[in-house]
Design a protein around this ligand. Structure first.
Ligand SMILES: *[C@@H]1O[C@H](CO)[C@@H](O)[C@H](O)[C@H]1NC(C)=O
Ligand SMILES: *[C@@H]1O[C@H](CO)[C@@H](O)[C@H](O)[C@H]1NC(C)=O
Ligand SMILES: *[C@@H]1O[C@H](CO)[C@@H](O)[C@H](O)[C@H]1NC(C)=O
Length: 422
């Protein structure tokens, strides 16, 4: 009886869980414009000037990923510099709504900050994180509220590159970051990132020497977020925006760096296509491996991680009839454990490899279960540990409310509009 309802649920999930393929037509350098007239518009919001570049309404890529957008963080030349506007337009042609806020309150730099005669310390003192962070936070908020954007990519250049990292910190609102030749990036800012970060580095860069680049790579490697550092030969600091496009090597570097950013956002701002399949006995060890990476921190903070005990529990309690395997590109990347009970549906666990967390898979899986629960007219319940605020925040966003507490574990419930009594 139990097995029967479960396999019915599994079949329903299986049938409905093959989502439209993102089928992103891949982008090439033809979307990039280096010279000419910019095509975006300027608007003022919250006292901040915004340069806004929108995808053409026929953009297939934009239609396939309509809830992702890019915040473009300029170098010290600001949104006045036509190369910045043109590059923002290029992101729009690549399918992303792109907003570049004026980071400098109308007083962008007239020369590069490492050029003699420019009072760098005075400029930077006037435009530190205390005044720059709120401008970016307001822009992100505007994208979410006025445009219904759910996933934010930050692309930053020189001065702006540092802020791509800052906004990948916990609760800062960025979902993926890219920085070309970032200036003034601090170790603590790298250590604090919670999302995927990529860097396009210049061969010759006074703001990021080879030694500094190695340090940055080591810090990225120590963290848990996916990262990438690409180095472009023949390029100098600033090339992502202001390469000498008469020089073929610099031109190629600028174009490749742009495509690097677009591909990074394609990968991390859209939900990967996945399918579900029923688990079989042979999946047990692979599921444990994912359980270990997905839950290690939470379990360690809650009970302490005892490997032998974890394995023993897993082997005695793991029941393939409750599990579905989440598969991306033919590879297992997680599992979902669901028990269909008489009076409710218990979501006993969702465990995904860290690289696939925060990318919409969990929400999509829960959305399907909510639809199933609504169809049955029963609540969907789950438990979440205090040490897992990120999961809790997701459940709250999806409408779950705490109804009971067992010490360090909260039980949460989502109820459909119509609950069948009985
Ligand atoms: C796309 O935009 C053009 C011009 O802005 C407009 O004429 C056209 O009707 C739009 N098409 C759609 C499908 O919205
Ligand atoms: C640069 O600005 C700082 C602070 O505003 C000032 O103390 C300093 O004298 C200036 N330096 C030059 C070379 O003008
Ligand atoms: C740009 O590159 C071209 C071709 O290599 C070179 O002739 C020119 O001097 C460069 N311009 C600047 C400003 O460096």
């Amino acid at each position: 009886m139990h097995a029967l309802t479960l396999s019915t649920l599994a079949a329903a999930l299986f049938a409905s869980a093959t989502f439209a393929h993102t089928d992103c037509k891949s982008v090439d350098a033809s979307v990039i414009k280096h010279t000419g007239i910019s095509t975006g518009v300027e608007e003022k919001h919250d006292g901040i000037r915004l340069y806004i570049a929108k995808p053409d309404n026929s953009s297939i890529r934009a239609k396939e990923n309509p809830t992702s957008a890019i915040v473009y963080l300029t170098d010290v030349f600001g949104i006045e510099l036509v190369e910045n506007r043109l590059l923002a337009d290029s992101f729009a042609r690549a399918g992303y709504l792109t907003i570049a806020p004026d980071l400098f309150n109308n007083e962008h730099a007239s020369g590069d900050i490492n050029v003699p005669g420019f009072n760098t310390s005075a400029f930077l003192a006037r435009h530190g994180p205390d005044v720059t962070d709120p401008i970016i936070a307001s822009t992100i908020n505007h994208l979410r509220t006025a445009y219904g954007i759910k996933k934010i990519g930050l692309t930053g250049y020189c001065f702006g590159g540092r802020y791509s990292f800052r906004f990948l910190g916990a609760g800062k609102g960025g979902d993926a970051g890219y920085a070309a030749h970032p200036s003034l990036l601090e170790n603590g800012e790298i250590e604090a990132i919670k999302g995927p970060a990529a860097i396009g580095a210049a061969e010759t860069d006074g703001m990021m020497s080879p030694a500094r680049r190695s340090e940055i790579e080591a810090l990225l490697a120590k963290g848990s977020a996916p990262w990438q550092v690409n180095l472009y030969s023949g390029t100098n600091h600033g090339f992502g925006v202001r390469a000498n496009i008469s020089d073929p090597e610099q031109l190629a570097g600028k174009e490749e760096a742009f495509l690097q950013a677009v591909r990074w956002f394609d990968r991390h701002l859209s939900r990967p296509d996945f399918i579900l399949r029923p688990a079989v006995d042979e999946d047990r060890d692979a599921c444990y491996t994912i359980h270990r990476v997905a839950m290690y921190d939470v379990v360690k903070a809650t009970f302490g991680w005892d490997e032998e005990d974890q394995i023993a529990r897993w082997n005695s309690e793991w029941d393939p009839s409750e599990f579905q395997i989440v598969v991306v590109d033919g590879r297992m990347i997680g599992s979902i454990d669901v028990v269909d009970r008489t009076n409710d549906i218990l979501l006993s666990g969702i465990e995904l490899e860290p690289a696939f967390q925060g990318r919409g898979i969990g929400s999509a899986l829960i959305g399907k279960l909510q639809a199933k629960a609504a169809q049955r007219g029963v609540p969907l319940v789950l438990g979440v540990f205090e040490a897992n605020p990120r999961a809790r925040a997701l459940y709250e966003r999806l409408g779950f409310k705490e109804f009971h507490r067992e010490g360090i574990k909260a039980l949460m419930r989502w109820e459909p509009d119509v609950v069948k009594k009985g």
